[in-house]
Design a protein around this ligand. Sequence first.
Ligand SMILES: O=C(O)c1ccccc1N[C@@H]1O[C@H](COP(=O)(O)O)[C@@H](O)[C@H]1O
Length: 463
Amino acid sequence: MYDILKEIIDKRQIENVYPQKRTVPVLKPKNNLVIMEIKKSSPSKGKIKNFNILEQTNLYIENGVNCISVLTEKNFFGGSLNDLIKIKNKYPNILVLRKDFLTSKKDIEISYNVGADIILLITSLFIKEKNGLKKMKELKDYAEKLGMTCLIEIHSKKELNFALKLEPKLLGINSRDLNTFKIKKELPFELKKYIKKIKVIYESGINNYLDSFSIGVFGFNGILCGTSVIENKKRIPEIIKGFNDGKNNQNKFYKYMFNKIYLKKELVVKVCGLTNLKDTEFVIKKGANIVGFIMAKSLRQVNYEFLKNTALKIKNNMRALVITKEYLDQAIKAYNENLIDVVQVHGEFNENKLKKIKIPYYKAVNLKDKLQIKKSIFTLYDAFSENTYGGTGKTLSNELIKAIKEKESFLAIAGGINEKNIQKILKYTPNMIDLSSGLEKVPGKKDKEKVEKFFYEVKKWKK
Ligand SMILES: O=C(O)c1ccccc1N[C@@H]1O[C@H](COP(=O)(O)O)[C@@H](O)[C@H]1O
């Protein structure tokens, strides 16, 4: 197989332009790193047109980027040490990462002299080499002795195990395979599970708000974006906002949903309107992911005592409490006592109050018109009915389902779903379905046969 890394290293020459002495102090990485890249060309995209390194850097900084990654490799990325020097001279107080294929002590020394605060060390350049670990450790120690931080980049479990032996302070998981240039979005999420007490940066393939939101939710300590923000400047604020919003929403519910929907691409089934433990345990056994309890005017209404007796017994599934504004304080109490994981809110309510106390919630919208659909991270759309918020058995029209799918981040729908119409609904490949009255014998009591038939249909579709 063609090995581009080998070719890059073989052609690499040390530039002669670097100063012999550093003029600016070395800066230490911040808690959360928003790193964006300066690169004039790339092997996958070729030369980037109309690219001005100082203008782009300025744009990054204005939007809240706190570290500039400068690609200094010449042959494949069109970079130069001069680019880094120019940027550091103009912005001495901003962190600068030297991104290159560094393999020698001379490389480290030069990085220091030109003004880098962080250097990239790519594990795949060392892992196959004889004494590769020793060599990489020497470079890391030397860089740290000079006060710089090493961003140790990995792309597999094998590389992670190798890199951990270096006792890194900062790890970067690249979602891009450096040989094929293919992005594997889920890879950094999978590998992060094995990393404890080390700061981790998600690198490459971050294209929009949703991507960076999920990275924030899973607790990454930073993002590194290259091509996507160079190609489209509008993405810069969008991606930064997504990451910060995600960091503020690191709760069990979002982690669960993003893992299922975004990474595993699995359907999430919520069964709502549960009023007793027996039904709740039965729907879980059959395949419900989320169980829902209603604390609003309803034939299926439960109270706080019920939650205390039932919800605490549910260990591995998500517990949603469906409320209208009158029940907000009780929902907050229930959340604080770990009786529920998320609040489903209907009608008008005090969003700020929930945001302030950081309670996971999502809105349920009774959809009458396409114009009500606004792109969000997560909204549940239910059929419209004149006098009640839900549980009517009314269904969304095909036209409205199509419109939600087109406009929203995820397709989460409710309204009259049952064992008979589920196959029709599944044709839209929803991310989440929510149902209540369709599985009932009488309001508040589930029908075992309907439940069994319903989950049989879902499993049939999954196959
Ligand atoms: O079900 C109710 O009585 C109810 C009352 C107040 C707010 C929401 C309610 N139900 C929600 O509606 C969906 C869909 O129900 P269905 O399948 O059409 O019966 C249900 O899951 C609840 O989230």
